[in-house]
Design a protein around this ligand. Sequence first.
Ligand code: HEM
Ligand code: HEM
Length: 167
Amino acid sequence: MTKRVVPNGYTLVQIVLHWTIAALVVFQLAVNEGVQDAFKDRAESAQPPDDLGAVLHIAVGMTILALTVIRLVIRLRRGAPEMHRANPPLVNFIGHAAHVALYGFLIGMPLTGAIAWFTGLELSAELHELGRFVLIPLIAAHALGALAEHFVFKTDSLIRMLRAERK
Ligand code: HEM
Ligand code: HEM
């Protein structure tokens, strides 16, 4: 059986997807008042959203889901670089767990939002609302971890998410 070669870095597509999705997630966390009002109106009068903020929240959220699926397919087919062996094992374990959790939220947030919006299921709306209390600290920890790897552990983790792997 041939063993798949583990890449040393990310491709340009993987890097563009990482930063595009990150920017869209920040947008979602900032722009959600319109959708909250529209969700309330919709429960009362079954009105489609007429607020631009609500339409944007739904459209951007569904785009995040689609881009994440594409990103995961690429990751499964091509792979991703390994954690740096020079790091303490605990740092790598936490870093890896954070990546898995972030992927979970990139799928889970749009799904709970869509189920709440399209079916009116209150439980899904509540899970969607609570998500941010875990997602925001998780993103902060992930970003701090990336900066710590760069400045404290002096690995090329941050650089490889900025510069595509050279063939
Ligand atoms: C990564 C994607 C998403 C993120 C990070 C996100 C984030 C948020 C946040 C932070 C809120 C405000 C919660 C609060 O303060 O109460 C919210 C509300 C809401 N979002 Fe999303 N959202 C995403 C995707 C979606 C999608 C795809 C939909 C629908 C198709 C959606 C529908 C809603 C609805 C209906 C509400 C109002 C819920 C309520 O008031 O109970 N979201 N979202
Ligand atoms: C909403 C914001 C963000 C999300 C959802 C996110 C998500 C992710 C995910 C899922 C991975 C794993 C990639 C893979 O191997 O498949 C990753 C890697 C990475 N992220 Fe983020 N990220 C966000 C913001 C940031 C920020 C602000 C920084 C920098 C300060 C950053 C730096 C990195 C780096 C350097 C890697 C590669 C780590 C490595 O290869 O060892 N991310 N990110």
